[in-house]
Write a protein that binds this ligand. Sequence first.
Ligand SMILES: [Zn+2]
Length: 148
Amino acid sequence: MFTSGVWLFETARMLRMDRSDVNQRRAPAYASGVSIEAIIRGLCPRCREGQIFKPGLAGIIGLMNDECPVCGLRFLRETGYFLGAMYISYGLGVITILPGTTALVLILDWPLALALTWMVLQTLISVPIFLRFSRVIWLHLDQTIDPR
Ligand SMILES: [Zn+2]
């Protein structure tokens, strides 16, 4: 009996906290469609003002905010949400790395081992960049298809 009273009190306190948190946020104007500028700048797909990634080095290595600091859009909608971003990352890798490596082998007549080494180096360099962009693109695509 006592624990259910504590649970009820804690739940009511959390609801008050959440409500006051929502009330303190200003209501931004929601944008529609996909914005290339917002994708490049890593901005929220709904308000296009809040940063998706944390500021500083944490954001550079790919740590994201849980929700938009401006409009409150939750970036991780569900477990495994960014699985779709992996497909985008794969596509970005294929589009940017494969043609150059193929050209090195076919046009400049590089040995295959050297071209594959070059391909691995390109992949290692581009993974952090593609990780970031693929998540932003995925968020923008999902917000366009299923706005929240
Ligand atoms: Zn936002």
